[in-house]
Design a protein around this ligand. Structure first.
Ligand SMILES: *Cc1c(COP(=O)(O)O)cnc(C)c1O
Length: 374
């Protein structure tokens, strides 16, 4: 018998969430972001649910090869572009579009020998200060690229630092709009948070028509995996998103505690009165964060309960006080959807350990068996 732990990828939820992103940006084409092995889900496992996208965007050339190996002939975009000159050969061979964010990448293109010109996305650093040309240098980079025979179409791109928060996108939008106003080419600006929270075209046009930016492509990642980009201001269900990953395990032992008994390494939880606990076949070696404190939400038989004490490598403990019928073999949902249909937001679990749903999904350990559900 394998250990009773399993992750489930929900194909129908991926399809639903992708449709939800389209609804939020009806005039745009949609990149499904599948970097980090599709946010920990597995590129091959999400492909069926996301093949309705207009393109796949990712970072890693090996992942791009896997998307092509699945038979995808549409657009594939490298979000950080190439890292060394020979990557450009693979871009030619696999017909990958790639981001150009620095002069070194333009140098590589200029000395690249190719018969087929490549499509590039020129990235502006409009304020986040991660990747891209500053507004002052952007047009010079565009002019340089435009003169290269190695380059075909140039699209324009930026990325928001605060689409999920109070600062919003207006400042960065204004910078991008002003610098790119008369440049040709498709535009792409929005991640999940910007796609759901900010209707860029309308918002900008309503008070300053000169700031209107066509959004030809949106770039949702976390939303298509059913997590709210702006939790706790919104929950996934507020955005009509469904969890695309469930992590579930079973209870492999129960213990009856007397008042004063403690649980787990370091005895960090002490029972105040007699209680029953379940020991679950899930630990930090499965990707469940060790730092989740007592009280982290779980579902036991689909009923909300909480973890108790420290998470260990292969096990954690849960409170069975409110779930009298639970015992050996009962289902414990760490995040996602329970058999009775109840859901536990991955965002709520992440919040209790001070992180975001992204990190939990991406950290799902290789030892956890994964099944793909239609
Ligand atoms: C990861 C990433 C996205 C997707 O971000 P989400 O917050 O997951 O929607 C979009 N654009 C770029 C450039 C990215 O790196």
């Amino acid at each position: 018998m394998p250990r009773p732990i399993q992750a489930t990828i929900h194909t129908e939820a991926l399809r639903h969430n992708l449709a939800r992103a389209r609804l939020a940006a009806p005039d745009a084409k949609v990149w499904a972001i599948v970097k980090a092995n599709a946010y920990g889900h597995g590129i091959e496992r999400v492909f069926e649910g996301l093949r309705g996208a207009d393109g796949f965007a990712l970072l890693d050339l090996e992942e791009a090869q896997r998307v092509r190996a699945l038979g995808w002939r549409g657009p594939v975009l490298l979000l950080e572009g190439v890292f060394e000159p020979r990557d450009l050969e693979l871009c030619s061979r696999l017909e990958l579009w790639h981001t150009v964010h620095c002069n070194e990448q333009i140098d590589m293109l200029a000395s690249h020998k190719t018969k087929v010109a490549q499509r590039v996305f020129l990235k502006m650093n409009s304020g986040m200060n991660r990747l891209g040309f500053t507004p002052q240098r952007y047009r010079a980079a565009w002019t340089r690229l435009n003169a290269l025979p190695q380059v075909d179409e140039i699209s324009l791109m930026t990325h928001f630092s605060d689409a999920d928060g109070a600062r919003g996108v207006a400042e960065q939008m204004a910078v991008f709009a002003a610098i790119t106003r008369d440049l040709p080419g498709e535009r792409t600006l929005s991640n999940s948070a910007a796609t759901l929270r900010h209707n860029l075209t309308t918002a900008a046009a309503s008070n300053a028509p000169e700031l209107q930016v066509a959004c030809d492509w949106v770039r949702p990642g976390i939303a298509i995996y059913g997590s709210a980009p702006d939790f706790p201001e919104h929950r996934a269900s507020d955005w009509d998103l469904q969890p695309s990953m469930t992590l579930a395990a079973k209870i492999i032992a129960t213990q009856d505690l007397v008042a004063g008994a403690t649980v787990g390494y370091g005895s960090t939880f002490t029972a105040e009165k007699p209680m029953r606990i379940g020991v679950v076949a899930c630990g930090y070696a499965d990707g469940y964060p060790r730092l989740c404190p007592t009280g982290t939400p779980v579902l036991v038989n689909g009923v909300r309960s909480r973890t108790l004490g420290r998470v260990s490598m292969d096990m954690l403990a849960v409170d069975l006080t409110a779930v009298a019928d639970a015992g050996f073999g009962s289902e414990v949902t760490l995040w996602g959807r329970a058999a009775n249909g109840a859901t536990l937001d991955i965002d709520a679990v992440a919040q209790s350990v001070g992180t975001v749903g992204y990190e939990l999904m991406c950290a799902l350990a290789a030892r956890v068996p994964v099944v793909v559900q239609d």
